[in-house]
Design a protein around this ligand. Structure first.
Ligand code: BTN
Length: 259
């Protein structure tokens, strides 16, 4: 079981994690983080749980969150920024979390647009951003992070496409240490990104991704569109070339056809 005291010991951050709500079981750390943000939780407040009974992913999908094996947590951010950066938040998070995993395990992590973290082409982590907005500004954003850390058996529907750090590393990973490294990386990137402008996450994300130049298929509302990835727009959209025209996509499920 997580204890706030243990997670904070050795946490080398200034603001992120100053308050950590820990749970054995919760429906979703994002739900709880939104609830505490609604009543004024300060920037950097974290909600972490050993198990989620209704963990959520993008597009309303469930996020598999069995007890005591993975990392599932959410953090409250209050950037004084317009809604326009919303699509850049998953990219910022992906880069910061990828670097923390790489530093902790030496595994190479790849970012897959928009919210996925892959190792050896299998998904080991996902990011779910939710928020509250007022007059075109972000009142708060909740950054939900799920990482398959020490899970070694996946349900049949996930086993083909998902993996964990433990499987890829062939060794158990210290979850508290990884959590601390992620929080530190998130804070460092957040400060730097706020200073340099949120668009600066785009080139950083591209260096962590191998999607550029690949032929992919994007499924959106039951329709499939194939094209070549040309890059990312300044507001975090995926630039896809189809039949000579480049379009910008902001949502969808990607499958990579060509490597
Ligand atoms: C995805 O890949 O679709 C995103 C998955 C995000 C899962 C995390 S686990 C912590 C936080 N709480 C949730 O209910 N979801 C996010």
């Amino acid at each position: 079981m997580y204890a706030e005291r243990v997670l904070q010991k050795g946490l080398r951050t200034q603001v992120f994690g100053n308050k950590i709500y820990t749970f054995d079981t919760i429906d979703s750390t994002n739900n709880c983080a939104k609830a505490v943000a609604d009543i004024g939780a300060s920037e950097g407040t974290v909600v972490i749980a050993e198990e989620q009974t209704a963990g959520r992913g993008r597009l309303g999908r469930p996020w598999f969150s069995p007890p005591s094996q993975n990392l599932t947590f959410s953090i409250v951010l209050r950037p004084q920024l317009n809604n326009e950066v919303l699509n850049l938040l998953p990219l910022y998070t992906a880069v910061a979390v990828a670097e923390a995993i790489e530093r902790t395990t030496s595994l190479k992590v790849e970012c897959k647009w928009p919210n996925d973290l892959l190792i050896n082409k299998k998904k080991v982590g996902g990011i779910l951003i939710e928020g509250s907005f007022k007059n075109g500004k972000i009142e708060y954003a909740v950054i939900g992070v799920g990482i398959n850390v020490n899970l070694d058996v996946f349900p049949p529907d996930l086993s083909e496409k998902a993996s964990s750090l433990r499987i890829e590393l062939n060794a158990e990973v210290d979850r508290a240490r990884l959590f601390q490294e992620i929080l530190r990386s998130l804070e460092r990137h957040y400060r730097r990104t706020l200073k340099k402008g949120f668009q600066s996450v785009v080139p950083e994300w591209i260096t962590h991704s191998s999607m550029l130049g690949k032929t992919i298929t994007v499924s959106q509302h039951g329709n499939a569109l194939s094209g070549i990835v040309k890059g990312l727009s300044q507001d975090g959209g995926l630039l896809l070339q189809t039949n000579g025209t480049v379009m910008t996509l902001f949502a969808g499920d990607i499958s990579v056809l060509e490597s």
